[in-house]
Design a protein around this ligand. Structure first.
Ligand code: ZN
Length: 267
């Protein structure tokens, strides 16, 4: 059984890496409003068309030594990192969130979490580079949440409290963000952050999304301090909060509810 689970886990990782290369296309094309369905992939430096042997997830980058086959310009590390990260999250979701017992872990719930993690990866990169969170991403996270609800309906996990926790999750942190946005006239909190955390709250429930807010803030603080020490220059403008929200949400999908319950049991 363990062997079979490892076998399926490997297939899931490869599948995640393939989807990861598609995420790289989204990260590049979504912010500039380019149609992600049309056109062939090209090298951004020499504009040479790329073929299947150049586009093999992870392996192409490794075998080409991180350089374009045609003009030898360096290819961003973003490509293999996104592919590996997406594959890793898919496997972690299969094992820790969906039971990971052979084919039993292959559920609607797994599909929901796959969408969830992939969108968070895209949001992190796009918001960090361009300070925007594309609407398609939080909508897709909501759809992922609906997949998780569908799975609960099938398995009988679904009940009144379960769905109420998700509806509260949708409004809990997003309501707070909306308030901060109104008070600061949109300077401290953008509309994208509000919509993103509402969708995450629906997918994870109010306990996990509350913890992800604290974790995002912590990541933000660590990043700011780390950057000050390493770069020693003042940050220009506001640091987008989206990447930290995405990171906090990804981590809390695994342990948010557990942290919440552990904390509450202290009292
Ligand atoms: Zn090139």
């Amino acid at each position: 059984m363990a062997f079979f689970t490892a076998y399926i886990g490997t297939i899931i990782f490869v599948f995640g890496a393939v989807i990861g290369s598609f995420l790289n296309v989204l990260i590049y094309r979504l912010p500039i409003g380019m149609d992600f369905k049309k056109g062939n992939s090209i090298c951004p430096n020499c504009e040479h068309q790329l073929y299947w042997k150049d586009l093999f997830p992870l392996f192409s980058w490794i075998f080409l030594g991180g350089k374009c086959r045609y003009c030898k310009a360096p290819i961003s590390k973003q490509y293999p990192i996104v592919e590996a990260l997406n594959g890793t999250f898919y496997v972690l979701a299969y094992i820790f969130l969906c039971g990971g017992e052979g084919v039993e872990g292959l559920s609607l719930k797994l599909a929901g979490y796959m969408i969830f993690f992939s969108c968070l990866i895209v949001v992190s990169w796009v918001d960090f580079k361009h300070q925007i969170i594309p609407d398609s991403m939080w909508i897709a996270i909501l759809v992922g949440g609906l997949f998780i609800v569908g799975d609960a309906l099938i398995t009988g996990e679904f009940n009144k409290d379960w769905i109420i926790a998700r509806v509260i999750g949708f409004f809990a942190v997003s309501g707070l963000f909306l308030l901060i946005g109104l008070v600061t006239r949109g300077r401290a909190m953008g509309g994208g952050d509000i919509k993103l955390i509402a969708a995450v709250g629906f997918a994870l429930g109010w306990k996990a999304v509350l913890i992800s807010l604290f974790m995002s803030a912590l990541f933000g603080v660590f990043f700011t301090i780390g950057r000050k020490i390493l770069v020693k220059t003042e940050m220009k403008g506001l640091i987008p909060f989206g990447p930290f929200l995405a990171m906090g949400s990804a981590v809390c999908a695994f342990c948010g509810e557990w942290i919440f319950n552990s904390y509450m049991s202290l009292f």
